[in-house]
Design a protein around this ligand. Structure first.
Ligand code: NOJ
Length: 533
Protein backbone atom coordinates (compact mmCIF):
# COMPACT_ATOMS: atom_id res chain seq x y z
CA UNK A 1 0.00 0.00 0.00
CA UNK A 2 1.09 3.55 -0.75
CA UNK A 3 2.43 5.56 2.16
CA UNK A 4 -0.36 7.65 3.62
CA UNK A 5 -0.16 11.36 3.95
CA UNK A 6 -0.71 12.14 7.64
CA UNK A 7 -2.16 15.53 6.85
CA UNK A 8 -5.18 13.69 5.43
CA UNK A 9 -6.18 12.97 9.04
CA UNK A 10 -6.80 16.66 9.65
CA UNK A 11 -10.30 18.08 9.99
CA UNK A 12 -9.96 21.82 10.36
CA UNK A 13 -12.44 24.28 11.85
CA UNK A 14 -11.93 27.92 10.89
CA UNK A 15 -12.52 30.48 13.63
CA UNK A 16 -13.10 34.17 13.08
CA UNK A 17 -12.23 35.10 16.67
CA UNK A 18 -14.05 38.44 16.76
CA UNK A 19 -17.34 36.66 16.08
CA UNK A 20 -16.91 33.27 17.69
CA UNK A 21 -17.63 33.65 21.39
CA UNK A 22 -17.30 36.55 23.82
CA UNK A 23 -16.13 35.38 27.26
CA UNK A 24 -15.67 38.75 28.97
CA UNK A 25 -18.78 40.68 28.05
CA UNK A 26 -17.36 43.39 25.81
CA UNK A 27 -19.31 42.38 22.71
CA UNK A 28 -16.22 41.01 20.95
CA UNK A 29 -15.20 37.37 20.68
CA UNK A 30 -11.90 36.46 22.31
CA UNK A 31 -9.34 33.73 22.95
CA UNK A 32 -10.86 32.66 26.25
CA UNK A 33 -14.12 32.35 24.36
CA UNK A 34 -12.47 29.84 22.04
CA UNK A 35 -11.07 28.00 25.05
CA UNK A 36 -14.52 27.72 26.59
CA UNK A 37 -15.85 26.17 23.40
CA UNK A 38 -13.23 23.43 23.12
CA UNK A 39 -15.78 20.82 24.26
CA UNK A 40 -18.03 21.99 21.41
CA UNK A 41 -15.23 21.58 18.87
CA UNK A 42 -14.37 18.13 20.20
CA UNK A 43 -17.95 17.03 20.10
CA UNK A 44 -18.26 18.22 16.51
CA UNK A 45 -15.30 16.02 15.64
CA UNK A 46 -12.65 18.42 14.37
CA UNK A 47 -8.98 17.98 15.24
CA UNK A 48 -7.50 21.33 14.20
CA UNK A 49 -8.48 24.98 14.28
CA UNK A 50 -7.36 27.78 12.00
CA UNK A 51 -7.65 31.00 13.92
CA UNK A 52 -7.94 34.12 11.76
CA UNK A 53 -5.46 36.83 12.80
CA UNK A 54 -5.50 37.54 16.52
CA UNK A 55 -2.34 39.68 16.68
CA UNK A 56 -2.20 43.32 17.74
CA UNK A 57 -4.02 45.34 15.11
CA UNK A 58 -5.89 48.61 14.65
CA UNK A 59 -8.48 46.53 12.76
CA UNK A 60 -8.93 48.43 9.54
CA UNK A 61 -9.21 44.96 8.04
CA UNK A 62 -10.11 43.08 11.20
CA UNK A 63 -6.69 41.77 12.07
CA UNK A 64 -5.32 41.37 8.54
CA UNK A 65 -3.46 44.60 9.30
CA UNK A 66 -0.93 43.57 11.93
CA UNK A 67 0.80 46.08 14.17
CA UNK A 68 2.75 43.55 16.27
CA UNK A 69 3.33 39.99 15.11
CA UNK A 70 4.41 38.78 18.52
CA UNK A 71 1.50 39.96 20.63
CA UNK A 72 -2.27 39.48 20.86
CA UNK A 73 -4.94 42.06 20.07
CA UNK A 74 -6.17 43.69 23.30
CA UNK A 75 -9.82 42.79 22.73
CA UNK A 76 -8.86 39.13 22.25
CA UNK A 77 -6.71 38.73 25.37
CA UNK A 78 -3.01 38.35 26.05
CA UNK A 79 -0.14 36.21 24.88
CA UNK A 80 -0.58 34.19 28.08
CA UNK A 81 -4.21 33.58 27.12
CA UNK A 82 -2.98 32.35 23.75
CA UNK A 83 -0.50 29.99 25.42
CA UNK A 84 -3.22 28.60 27.67
CA UNK A 85 -5.53 28.18 24.69
CA UNK A 86 -2.84 26.36 22.69
CA UNK A 87 -2.10 24.09 25.64
CA UNK A 88 -5.73 23.19 26.14
CA UNK A 89 -6.36 22.64 22.47
CA UNK A 90 -3.40 20.30 22.35
CA UNK A 91 -4.51 18.51 25.51
CA UNK A 92 -7.78 17.85 23.69
CA UNK A 93 -6.12 16.58 20.54
CA UNK A 94 -6.77 19.74 18.53
CA UNK A 95 -3.99 21.30 16.50
CA UNK A 96 -3.61 25.04 16.14
CA UNK A 97 -3.06 26.77 12.82
CA UNK A 98 -2.31 30.49 12.87
CA UNK A 99 -2.93 32.99 10.11
CA UNK A 100 0.31 34.36 8.70
CA UNK A 101 -0.07 37.76 7.05
CA UNK A 102 3.29 38.79 5.63
CA UNK A 103 2.47 40.45 2.34
CA UNK A 104 1.68 43.61 4.26
CA UNK A 105 1.68 45.03 7.76
CA UNK A 106 -0.53 47.61 9.38
CA UNK A 107 0.42 51.21 8.71
CA UNK A 108 0.64 51.35 12.51
CA UNK A 109 3.38 48.74 12.68
CA UNK A 110 6.59 50.20 14.10
CA UNK A 111 8.42 49.37 10.86
CA UNK A 112 6.06 51.47 8.79
CA UNK A 113 5.84 54.31 11.27
CA UNK A 114 9.64 54.55 11.00
CA UNK A 115 9.80 53.83 7.28
CA UNK A 116 7.55 56.69 6.32
CA UNK A 117 9.55 59.28 8.29
CA UNK A 118 12.52 59.67 5.95
CA UNK A 119 14.21 58.06 2.97
CA UNK A 120 17.29 57.32 5.02
CA UNK A 121 15.40 55.72 7.88
CA UNK A 122 16.69 52.15 8.45
CA UNK A 123 13.16 50.78 7.93
CA UNK A 124 12.42 52.76 4.77
CA UNK A 125 13.41 49.91 2.52
CA UNK A 126 11.06 47.51 4.37
CA UNK A 127 8.28 48.81 2.10
CA UNK A 128 7.83 49.54 -1.62
CA UNK A 129 8.28 53.20 -2.58
CA UNK A 130 8.25 55.20 -5.80
CA UNK A 131 8.43 58.85 -6.72
CA UNK A 132 5.33 58.41 -8.84
CA UNK A 133 2.86 55.49 -8.99
CA UNK A 134 4.76 52.84 -10.95
CA UNK A 135 1.64 51.10 -12.18
CA UNK A 136 -2.05 51.82 -12.65
CA UNK A 137 -3.02 49.06 -10.21
CA UNK A 138 -6.30 49.30 -8.34
CA UNK A 139 -6.03 48.12 -4.74
CA UNK A 140 -8.09 45.03 -3.92
CA UNK A 141 -10.27 47.17 -1.64
CA UNK A 142 -10.70 49.96 -4.21
CA UNK A 143 -8.83 53.12 -5.19
CA UNK A 144 -5.25 53.39 -6.41
CA UNK A 145 -2.76 50.90 -4.98
CA UNK A 146 -0.31 53.77 -4.45
CA UNK A 147 -0.66 56.22 -1.58
CA UNK A 148 1.20 59.49 -1.23
CA UNK A 149 3.46 59.97 1.80
CA UNK A 150 4.19 63.70 2.33
CA UNK A 151 7.20 63.24 4.64
CA UNK A 152 9.27 61.59 1.91
CA UNK A 153 7.37 62.98 -1.07
CA UNK A 154 6.87 59.42 -2.35
CA UNK A 155 4.16 56.86 -2.89
CA UNK A 156 3.98 53.49 -1.15
CA UNK A 157 2.34 50.38 -2.55
CA UNK A 158 -0.67 48.85 -0.80
CA UNK A 159 -2.32 45.93 -2.59
CA UNK A 160 -5.21 46.09 -0.09
CA UNK A 161 -6.34 49.01 2.11
CA UNK A 162 -4.35 52.24 2.45
CA UNK A 163 -3.64 51.11 6.02
CA UNK A 164 -2.00 47.88 4.75
CA UNK A 165 1.35 48.84 3.14
CA UNK A 166 3.03 45.98 1.25
CA UNK A 167 6.32 44.71 2.58
CA UNK A 168 9.33 44.78 0.31
CA UNK A 169 10.34 41.13 0.08
CA UNK A 170 13.27 42.06 -2.16
CA UNK A 171 14.90 43.31 1.02
CA UNK A 172 16.70 40.39 2.73
CA UNK A 173 16.05 41.99 6.13
CA UNK A 174 12.30 41.74 5.53
CA UNK A 175 12.64 38.08 4.63
CA UNK A 176 14.63 37.43 7.77
CA UNK A 177 12.04 39.25 9.89
CA UNK A 178 9.29 37.06 8.43
CA UNK A 179 11.28 33.88 9.08
CA UNK A 180 11.77 35.06 12.66
CA UNK A 181 8.02 35.55 13.05
CA UNK A 182 7.37 32.02 11.80
CA UNK A 183 10.01 30.70 14.21
CA UNK A 184 8.58 32.65 17.11
CA UNK A 185 5.20 30.93 16.72
CA UNK A 186 6.77 27.59 15.88
CA UNK A 187 8.68 27.79 19.17
CA UNK A 188 5.40 28.47 20.94
CA UNK A 189 4.05 25.23 19.50
CA UNK A 190 1.84 26.12 16.54
CA UNK A 191 1.12 23.24 14.19
CA UNK A 192 0.78 25.20 11.03
CA UNK A 193 -0.01 28.37 9.16
CA UNK A 194 -2.64 29.52 6.74
CA UNK A 195 -0.73 32.00 4.63
CA UNK A 196 -2.60 35.09 3.60
CA UNK A 197 -2.27 36.18 -0.06
CA UNK A 198 1.13 34.52 -0.20
CA UNK A 199 1.54 34.84 -3.96
CA UNK A 200 1.53 38.64 -3.54
CA UNK A 201 4.89 38.65 -1.77
CA UNK A 202 6.65 38.61 -5.14
CA UNK A 203 5.33 41.30 -7.49
CA UNK A 204 5.61 40.91 -11.21
CA UNK A 205 6.25 44.51 -12.29
CA UNK A 206 7.59 43.36 -15.65
CA UNK A 207 4.22 41.84 -16.54
CA UNK A 208 2.18 44.44 -14.69
CA UNK A 209 0.89 41.86 -12.15
CA UNK A 210 0.55 42.30 -8.41
CA UNK A 211 1.27 38.67 -7.65
CA UNK A 212 3.07 35.50 -8.65
CA UNK A 213 6.32 37.31 -9.41
CA UNK A 214 9.61 35.71 -10.40
CA UNK A 215 10.99 35.24 -6.88
CA UNK A 216 7.90 33.69 -5.27
CA UNK A 217 9.31 30.17 -4.97
CA UNK A 218 12.60 31.35 -3.57
CA UNK A 219 10.78 33.36 -0.90
CA UNK A 220 8.42 30.56 0.11
CA UNK A 221 11.32 28.12 0.36
CA UNK A 222 13.15 30.49 2.63
CA UNK A 223 10.08 30.85 4.83
CA UNK A 224 9.03 27.21 5.14
CA UNK A 225 11.69 25.03 3.56
CA UNK A 226 13.95 25.34 6.58
CA UNK A 227 14.58 22.22 8.70
CA UNK A 228 13.16 23.84 11.83
CA UNK A 229 9.74 24.48 10.36
CA UNK A 230 9.39 21.72 7.79
CA UNK A 231 7.03 19.77 10.06
CA UNK A 232 4.41 22.52 9.95
CA UNK A 233 1.20 22.17 7.99
CA UNK A 234 1.07 25.11 5.61
CA UNK A 235 -1.77 26.10 3.34
CA UNK A 236 -1.51 29.09 1.07
CA UNK A 237 -4.05 31.51 -0.18
CA UNK A 238 -2.41 31.70 -3.59
CA UNK A 239 -3.06 31.77 -7.26
CA UNK A 240 -4.18 28.24 -7.80
CA UNK A 241 -4.27 27.19 -11.41
CA UNK A 242 -2.97 23.71 -12.09
CA UNK A 243 0.54 24.85 -12.88
CA UNK A 244 0.98 27.05 -9.80
CA UNK A 245 -0.40 24.37 -7.51
CA UNK A 246 2.18 21.88 -8.74
CA UNK A 247 4.98 24.37 -8.50
CA UNK A 248 4.12 25.47 -4.97
CA UNK A 249 2.92 22.22 -3.41
CA UNK A 250 4.74 19.51 -5.34
CA UNK A 251 6.35 17.00 -2.97
CA UNK A 252 9.86 17.86 -4.10
CA UNK A 253 9.34 21.63 -3.88
CA UNK A 254 9.95 22.25 -0.20
CA UNK A 255 7.46 25.10 -0.21
CA UNK A 256 3.84 24.68 0.97
CA UNK A 257 1.91 21.55 1.90
CA UNK A 258 -1.19 22.77 0.10
CA UNK A 259 -3.09 25.73 -1.29
CA UNK A 260 -6.78 26.55 -1.43
CA UNK A 261 -8.34 26.04 -4.82
CA UNK A 262 -11.08 28.63 -5.43
CA UNK A 263 -12.58 27.60 -8.77
CA UNK A 264 -15.93 26.51 -7.26
CA UNK A 265 -16.17 29.75 -5.28
CA UNK A 266 -16.14 31.77 -8.50
CA UNK A 267 -19.25 30.03 -9.85
CA UNK A 268 -22.66 31.67 -10.03
CA UNK A 269 -21.59 35.27 -10.13
CA UNK A 270 -20.33 37.73 -12.69
CA UNK A 271 -18.51 39.73 -10.02
CA UNK A 272 -18.42 39.72 -6.25
CA UNK A 273 -21.72 41.59 -6.00
CA UNK A 274 -23.69 40.23 -8.95
CA UNK A 275 -25.24 36.78 -9.22
CA UNK A 276 -25.16 34.88 -12.51
CA UNK A 277 -26.86 31.64 -13.55
CA UNK A 278 -25.16 28.44 -12.39
CA UNK A 279 -25.99 24.80 -11.95
CA UNK A 280 -24.86 22.45 -9.22
CA UNK A 281 -23.32 20.26 -11.89
CA UNK A 282 -20.72 22.99 -12.39
CA UNK A 283 -19.69 22.52 -8.77
CA UNK A 284 -19.49 18.79 -9.38
CA UNK A 285 -17.36 19.30 -12.50
CA UNK A 286 -14.90 21.47 -10.61
CA UNK A 287 -14.65 18.93 -7.81
CA UNK A 288 -14.11 16.03 -10.21
CA UNK A 289 -11.46 17.96 -12.09
CA UNK A 290 -9.50 18.72 -8.92
CA UNK A 291 -9.95 15.27 -7.39
CA UNK A 292 -8.42 13.77 -10.50
CA UNK A 293 -5.72 16.38 -10.83
CA UNK A 294 -4.57 16.20 -7.22
CA UNK A 295 -4.55 12.39 -7.36
CA UNK A 296 -2.49 12.40 -10.52
CA UNK A 297 0.09 14.78 -9.04
CA UNK A 298 -0.04 13.48 -5.47
CA UNK A 299 -1.14 16.83 -4.04
CA UNK A 300 -3.25 17.66 -1.00
CA UNK A 301 -6.63 19.14 -1.87
CA UNK A 302 -8.50 21.40 0.54
CA UNK A 303 -12.23 20.65 0.83
CA UNK A 304 -14.14 23.79 1.68
CA UNK A 305 -17.27 25.72 0.86
CA UNK A 306 -17.11 28.68 3.24
CA UNK A 307 -14.69 31.15 4.75
CA UNK A 308 -14.61 34.68 6.15
CA UNK A 309 -14.17 36.25 2.69
CA UNK A 310 -17.27 34.86 1.04
CA UNK A 311 -21.01 34.94 1.61
CA UNK A 312 -22.41 31.59 2.74
CA UNK A 313 -22.11 28.91 0.08
CA UNK A 314 -25.64 27.52 0.54
CA UNK A 315 -27.03 31.05 0.15
CA UNK A 316 -25.17 31.66 -3.07
CA UNK A 317 -24.90 28.27 -4.71
CA UNK A 318 -27.57 26.21 -3.04
CA UNK A 319 -30.82 26.67 -1.19
CA UNK A 320 -30.96 28.47 2.15
CA UNK A 321 -34.75 28.68 2.17
CA UNK A 322 -37.21 25.77 2.24
CA UNK A 323 -34.47 23.22 1.49
CA UNK A 324 -31.83 24.65 3.80
CA UNK A 325 -31.44 21.48 5.86
CA UNK A 326 -31.35 19.25 2.78
CA UNK A 327 -28.91 21.45 0.89
CA UNK A 328 -26.55 22.06 3.82
CA UNK A 329 -26.34 18.35 4.61
CA UNK A 330 -26.06 17.25 0.97
CA UNK A 331 -23.23 19.69 0.29
CA UNK A 332 -21.47 18.72 3.51
CA UNK A 333 -21.46 15.07 2.49
CA UNK A 334 -20.63 15.86 -1.12
CA UNK A 335 -17.52 17.87 -0.17
CA UNK A 336 -16.26 16.30 3.02
CA UNK A 337 -16.28 12.70 1.83
CA UNK A 338 -13.97 13.55 -1.05
CA UNK A 339 -10.22 13.11 -0.82
CA UNK A 340 -8.51 16.02 0.90
CA UNK A 341 -8.55 18.03 4.09
CA UNK A 342 -11.95 19.34 5.24
CA UNK A 343 -12.08 22.96 6.36
CA UNK A 344 -15.34 23.93 8.07
CA UNK A 345 -16.08 27.60 8.66
CA UNK A 346 -17.74 28.54 11.93
CA UNK A 347 -21.53 28.45 11.73
CA UNK A 348 -21.58 26.45 8.55
CA UNK A 349 -22.11 23.31 10.64
CA UNK A 350 -25.58 24.43 11.69
CA UNK A 351 -26.66 25.82 8.36
CA UNK A 352 -25.92 29.53 8.82
CA UNK A 353 -27.07 31.68 5.92
CA UNK A 354 -26.66 35.20 4.59
CA UNK A 355 -28.24 38.17 6.32
CA UNK A 356 -30.29 41.05 5.02
CA UNK A 357 -29.67 44.60 6.23
CA UNK A 358 -30.86 47.82 4.60
CA UNK A 359 -28.46 50.26 6.22
CA UNK A 360 -24.73 50.57 5.49
CA UNK A 361 -24.20 51.19 9.21
CA UNK A 362 -25.02 47.53 9.76
CA UNK A 363 -21.87 46.61 7.82
CA UNK A 364 -18.26 46.75 8.94
CA UNK A 365 -16.07 45.15 6.29
CA UNK A 366 -13.64 47.63 4.73
CA UNK A 367 -14.18 46.07 1.30
CA UNK A 368 -17.98 46.42 1.52
CA UNK A 369 -17.89 49.90 2.99
CA UNK A 370 -15.43 51.15 0.35
CA UNK A 371 -17.51 49.58 -2.41
CA UNK A 372 -20.66 51.20 -1.06
CA UNK A 373 -19.11 54.66 -0.92
CA UNK A 374 -17.49 54.34 -4.34
CA UNK A 375 -20.85 53.44 -5.87
CA UNK A 376 -23.14 55.61 -3.80
CA UNK A 377 -25.28 57.79 -6.08
CA UNK A 378 -23.90 56.07 -9.18
CA UNK A 379 -26.50 53.29 -9.27
CA UNK A 380 -29.99 52.97 -7.84
CA UNK A 381 -29.74 52.78 -4.06
CA UNK A 382 -31.92 49.66 -3.85
CA UNK A 383 -29.59 47.87 -6.26
CA UNK A 384 -26.53 48.88 -4.28
CA UNK A 385 -28.09 47.56 -1.07
CA UNK A 386 -28.98 44.29 -2.84
CA UNK A 387 -25.42 44.01 -4.07
CA UNK A 388 -23.78 44.39 -0.70
CA UNK A 389 -26.23 42.00 0.93
CA UNK A 390 -25.42 39.46 -1.75
CA UNK A 391 -21.66 39.81 -1.76
CA UNK A 392 -20.48 41.28 1.52
CA UNK A 393 -17.91 39.44 3.57
CA UNK A 394 -19.91 40.50 6.62
CA UNK A 395 -22.38 37.73 5.82
CA UNK A 396 -20.00 35.17 7.29
CA UNK A 397 -18.42 37.55 9.81
CA UNK A 398 -21.51 38.21 11.90
CA UNK A 399 -21.32 36.81 15.43
CA UNK A 400 -22.33 33.19 15.94
CA UNK A 401 -25.86 32.58 17.14
CA UNK A 402 -25.28 29.94 19.82
CA UNK A 403 -28.74 30.04 21.41
CA UNK A 404 -32.30 31.19 20.77
CA UNK A 405 -32.00 33.90 23.35
CA UNK A 406 -32.38 37.46 22.10
CA UNK A 407 -30.84 39.93 21.66
CA UNK A 408 -27.34 38.46 21.26
CA UNK A 409 -28.21 34.78 20.90
CA UNK A 410 -25.68 33.55 23.42
CA UNK A 411 -22.71 35.20 21.69
CA UNK A 412 -22.28 37.93 24.31
CA UNK A 413 -24.03 39.55 27.25
CA UNK A 414 -23.25 42.97 25.77
CA UNK A 415 -24.02 44.61 22.45
CA UNK A 416 -22.26 42.60 19.74
CA UNK A 417 -19.56 44.44 17.78
CA UNK A 418 -21.50 43.77 14.56
CA UNK A 419 -25.21 43.11 14.17
CA UNK A 420 -26.15 39.47 14.65
CA UNK A 421 -27.24 37.48 11.58
CA UNK A 422 -30.65 38.76 10.56
CA UNK A 423 -32.07 35.22 10.55
CA UNK A 424 -30.74 34.32 14.02
CA UNK A 425 -34.26 33.66 15.36
CA UNK A 426 -34.61 30.82 12.93
CA UNK A 427 -30.97 29.78 12.47
CA UNK A 428 -29.05 29.25 15.69
CA UNK A 429 -27.15 26.33 17.14
CA UNK A 430 -29.63 25.60 19.93
CA UNK A 431 -32.58 25.33 17.54
CA UNK A 432 -30.62 23.25 15.06
CA UNK A 433 -29.28 20.88 17.69
CA UNK A 434 -32.70 20.07 19.03
CA UNK A 435 -34.36 19.74 15.63
CA UNK A 436 -35.36 16.30 14.43
CA UNK A 437 -33.48 17.06 11.22
CA UNK A 438 -30.37 18.65 12.66
CA UNK A 439 -27.65 19.93 10.34
CA UNK A 440 -24.96 19.73 12.98
CA UNK A 441 -26.13 16.21 13.78
CA UNK A 442 -25.47 15.27 10.16
CA UNK A 443 -22.09 17.02 10.14
CA UNK A 444 -21.07 14.96 13.16
CA UNK A 445 -22.01 11.75 11.39
CA UNK A 446 -20.03 12.72 8.32
CA UNK A 447 -16.96 13.62 10.32
CA UNK A 448 -17.24 10.44 12.39
CA UNK A 449 -17.43 8.41 9.19
CA UNK A 450 -14.41 10.24 7.82
CA UNK A 451 -12.45 9.38 10.92
CA UNK A 452 -13.41 5.74 10.99
CA UNK A 453 -13.03 5.00 7.29
CA UNK A 454 -9.66 4.62 5.59
CA UNK A 455 -11.45 4.67 2.25
CA UNK A 456 -12.75 8.18 2.99
CA UNK A 457 -9.46 9.44 4.39
CA UNK A 458 -6.95 7.86 2.07
CA UNK A 459 -8.85 6.00 -0.65
CA UNK A 460 -8.94 6.60 -4.36
CA UNK A 461 -11.67 8.71 -5.95
CA UNK A 462 -13.72 7.70 -8.96
CA UNK A 463 -16.53 9.67 -10.56
CA UNK A 464 -19.57 7.48 -11.29
CA UNK A 465 -21.95 10.26 -12.29
CA UNK A 466 -24.03 9.62 -15.37
CA UNK A 467 -26.12 12.80 -15.62
CA UNK A 468 -25.98 16.50 -14.85
CA UNK A 469 -28.47 16.56 -12.01
CA UNK A 470 -26.47 14.57 -9.49
CA UNK A 471 -23.01 13.60 -8.26
CA UNK A 472 -22.19 9.97 -7.63
CA UNK A 473 -18.69 8.91 -6.66
CA UNK A 474 -16.80 6.14 -4.94
CA UNK A 475 -13.88 6.07 -2.58
CA UNK A 476 -11.91 2.83 -2.34
CA UNK A 477 -9.13 1.63 -0.09
CA UNK A 478 -8.04 -2.02 0.08
CA UNK A 479 -11.32 -3.91 0.33
CA UNK A 480 -13.42 -1.01 1.55
CA UNK A 481 -15.66 0.82 -0.89
CA UNK A 482 -17.80 3.86 0.00
CA UNK A 483 -20.31 5.20 -2.52
CA UNK A 484 -21.70 8.69 -2.19
CA UNK A 485 -24.80 9.63 -4.20
CA UNK A 486 -26.02 13.22 -4.10
CA UNK A 487 -29.07 14.46 -5.93
CA UNK A 488 -29.31 18.16 -6.73
CA UNK A 489 -32.29 20.45 -6.32
CA UNK A 490 -35.12 18.57 -8.10
CA UNK A 491 -36.61 15.19 -7.21
CA UNK A 492 -35.09 12.75 -9.62
CA UNK A 493 -34.46 9.11 -10.49
CA UNK A 494 -30.73 8.53 -10.35
CA UNK A 495 -28.84 6.00 -12.38
CA UNK A 496 -26.93 4.20 -9.67
CA UNK A 497 -24.16 1.65 -10.28
CA UNK A 498 -25.79 -1.73 -11.06
CA UNK A 499 -24.02 -3.55 -8.22
CA UNK A 500 -25.32 -1.05 -5.66
CA UNK A 501 -27.85 -3.43 -4.16
CA UNK A 502 -28.88 -4.31 -0.66
CA UNK A 503 -27.05 -7.58 -1.02
CA UNK A 504 -23.70 -5.90 -1.64
CA UNK A 505 -23.97 -2.64 0.28
CA UNK A 506 -25.34 -1.16 3.47
CA UNK A 507 -26.74 2.35 3.69
CA UNK A 508 -24.64 4.24 6.23
CA UNK A 509 -26.09 7.71 6.02
CA UNK A 510 -28.97 9.58 4.46
CA UNK A 511 -30.46 13.02 5.08
CA UNK A 512 -34.03 11.76 4.53
CA UNK A 513 -35.94 9.07 6.45
CA UNK A 514 -35.63 5.98 4.31
CA UNK A 515 -37.98 3.18 3.64
CA UNK A 516 -35.96 1.81 0.77
CA UNK A 517 -32.39 3.07 0.76
CA UNK A 518 -31.73 1.48 -2.64
CA UNK A 519 -34.52 2.95 -4.72
CA UNK A 520 -33.42 5.14 -7.63
CA UNK A 521 -35.94 7.80 -6.58
CA UNK A 522 -34.12 10.65 -4.88
CA UNK A 523 -35.78 13.62 -3.17
CA UNK A 524 -34.43 17.20 -3.56
CA UNK A 525 -30.85 17.39 -2.26
CA UNK A 526 -31.02 13.84 -0.99
CA UNK A 527 -27.66 12.34 -0.14
CA UNK A 528 -26.97 8.69 0.54
CA UNK A 529 -23.72 7.11 1.64
CA UNK A 530 -23.18 3.36 1.26
CA UNK A 531 -20.44 0.94 2.28
CA UNK A 532 -19.77 -2.46 0.74
CA UNK A 533 -20.59 -5.47 2.90
C1 NOJ B 1 -7.16 37.64 2.38
C2 NOJ B 1 -7.90 37.52 3.66
O1 NOJ B 1 -8.55 36.29 3.72
C3 NOJ B 1 -8.82 38.71 3.73
O2 NOJ B 1 -9.75 38.60 4.76
C4 NOJ B 1 -7.98 39.95 3.85
O3 NOJ B 1 -8.80 41.08 3.82
C5 NOJ B 1 -6.96 40.04 2.71
N1 NOJ B 1 -6.33 38.80 2.44
C6 NOJ B 1 -5.90 41.06 3.01
O4 NOJ B 1 -5.06 40.59 4.04
Amino acid sequence: MKKRNDYLDLIVYQIYPRSFYDSNGDGIGDLNGIKQKIPYLKDLGVNAVWICPCYKSPNYDNGYDIADYRDIMDEFGTLDDWKTLAKELHANGIKIIMDLVVNHTSSEHYWFKEARKAKDNPYHDYYIWADKPLTDWTACFGGSAWEYNPATDEYYLHSFAVQQPDLNWENPKVRQECCDIVDFWADLGVDGFRCDVLDFISKDFANNKMNNGPRLHEYIKQLFGREKVKRLFTVGECQSDTESICSICGKDRNELKSVFQFEHIGLGRSDKYTPAPYSASQIKNVLVKWQNFTAEHDLLYILFTDNHDQPYFISRLGNDKELRYECATAYAGMFYLLKGIPFIYQGQEFGSANSRYEDINCFNDVETVNYYHENFGKKPQAKLIDEINYGSRDNTRRPLAWTKEKPAYGFTGATPWLKMPSRADEINLETDKSAYRSIIGFYKKILALRKSSDAVKYGTFKDLTSSDDCFVYERVNDGEKIIIAVNFEKANDLKLPPDLTEKNFELLLCNYDQTDGFSPAFAPYEIRVYRNR
